[in-house]
Ligand binder design. Sequence first.
Ligand code: PLP
Length: 384
Amino acid sequence: MSILTEKIKPSATLSINTKANELKKKGINVLSYAVGEPDFDTPKHIKDAAIGKILEGKTKYTPTGGIPELKDEISKKFKKDNNIAYSADEIFISAGAKITIYEALLSVINPGDEVIIIEPYWVSYPEIVLLCGGIPKFVRTDENFEINTDEIEKNLSSKTKAIIINSPSNPSGAVISEKTTRKLADIVIKHNLYIISDEIYEKIFYGNFKPVSIAALPEMKERAITVNGFSKSYAMTGWRLGYVGAPKDIINEMKKVEMQTVSCIPYFIQYAGVVALQGPQDCVEEMKKKFEERRDYVVKLARKIFSCNVPDGAFYIFPNHSDYSKDSIRFSGFLLENAKVAVVPGIAFGENFNKYIRISYATSIENLKTGFDAIEDALKKFKQ
Ligand SMILES: Cc1ncc(COP(=O)(O)O)c(C=O)c1O
């Protein structure tokens, strides 16, 4: 097999979910807190819009990089929500945020270039960097999952080309403060780097913790690649629709990759995106409200057992289980076997997080109660 793909690990979160589904098929009642997708259905007006376009026969190839109607809506969205003025030729649409991160990195790094990844990180970042021929360099956050910009500076080398940030973060739920965002911008400018800002959980933040887009800061638009998509905000994970805003020369490179691989995204899917952005946004607010209620509930439950930070965004808690075990794989295996609850071991999000598990609260309050009762019960017999 290729040395490039041999280096790549399968996605830990998708693998655990598959394991939980296999147990379910055998008739074992497993509750999965491992999955990273909203449990809500895609809003009906969005589904109807796509169905309408299929029936109209809008089922042919589309322009690589996105249809003008959707680029136009995304451009307005960037201006309104993020205060960034991206024109249509600075916007690129593809099959989910994940592939756009790959295409963007492929466009800006050369083999051997280093990319700074903040730990704990979303499981796909290191693998995407490796797939692009780059070298991931990890910089860990503090116990409150806050980024230490001095640590980033210490880890820069002549080969560093880019930094990837994610706010709100998967898995920690931390939102990067405006002050830290400004410090990050200073580093990027001073060292002539790119920054990939993954803003996929942008709409799911609580209280005053609205994330800031780094591309909106002075001199940053030409250095930032702003990644977003429909998966989390509009409960559209299976539609595979994501986008980036970036300088035109990067977009042109990304387009070449897309042309020779994916070609284009179906019209009816992109039209669903147009309707999602143009239509009423109450569905987004309602989902966020539900997530907030669940966050408050699950943090209370988790704190009876673990040490657990209060996340300011996304739909995960990332508790520390070191009172029980320092091995997250063993601990997650124990929970699956004894409590019939699937969680993701912290080591999947970075070597330094082997005493943590990620629990997704994109599930009902009833499911959270049932699972945490079972966890509490099972832990009575846990032996170190
Ligand atoms: C931080 C982060 N970025 C990107 C993605 C992928 O989003 P998409 O479904 O648009 O590919 C995910 C999905 O779990 C994620 O957690």
